[in-house]
Design a protein around this ligand. Sequence first.
Ligand code: ZN
Length: 378
Amino acid sequence: MGGSDADPHYGEAEEASGMAIRLSPGTTAEHTIDIKVELYRSVLWSLAASGLARAMGRHNAGQGGILSFHRIYRPKPQEFGFQALSVAPDSFRRVVQTLIDRDYCFLTMSALAERLRNPEPPPGKFVCLTFDDGFVDNYSEAFAICRELGVPMAVYLVSGFVRREFPMWGIGLEEAIVANDALEFTWEGKELKLDARTMSRKRQAYLTVASLLVLAQPRNIERLCAELGARYGIDFMALSDRNALTPAMIREMHASGLVEFGAHSVRHAYLSRLEDSEARWEITQSKRDCETLIGAEIRHFAYPYGDSGSVGTREAAICRELGFLTAVTTESNTIFPSDRDRLLNLPRLTYNGYFQNTPLLDLLLSGTLPRLRRGLRG
Ligand SMILES: [Zn+2]
């Protein structure tokens, strides 16, 4: 989400479908989203039934792909921010089991970098499982399933969330809206009031504020959370305690040898909108924070939001300087040998929770959705 592409779903929802779910001012959030989701679901089923994925896979599947997840969690209906970003535990298990049954090789991000550098990589398809932000269910659900099935995973931590230094604003915002009939707050010096009397209006209010916060300077997000905390009695740090990984969980995951941690900035900042020194600080400090947490070098980075508006040559140059082996975006694509030349701008395949009960996995790994997306954009 971000820029003109801003997706209010606290993440990269549109990447998964290959089509944007976004709102124009004045539309009814609930209806727009529900209708679009239903439409996309039927498009995905038709695409799969048409055999297009198999045909397109010949040219678009590449050597494999980096799957991108956030939460392995079943969100409640009022958890507006997490529908797209949450995949139910049983769906996730099905995805991993399907990949195992199809003989995919599961790689860590370090192994992927090695493989891409190898001029004669081993045959067969690979997949990397990546998780962004550091939600607690990455431990309680994803890690439990990956450990049981014996496959590696990568988790990109927002160090300010883990260290309880920066609010997980999406969760607190949602709580304030769910509990109140209106949301009142100041933004850029103006007093704003959003109607939140019905579920539909609550969802609209959430999307309105979230799309402001995605692009906002981190200090303005902190200020707004402090205001919402005071007005509505939201304890943002208690929310982090319930929803973010703890240092003990992180250490246990690291010690298992199955989880490779990466950095994902300190404050989940939309990096391209920050001054040079601040963008550099976000990347450098999150690397340091994560290294302190796990007691080992951090060699992988995920750009927050990760769309083309949020990351550019400046961010990649900082990652190169800091010695990162890989950095991932949310550009939607499978992985080809030529990606060895852009290890700090690797594309991923977002597994969108809205479409978890469709043939999404095939449509992503065959490169069908990424290809259609590029085609649709000309
Ligand atoms: Zn993120």
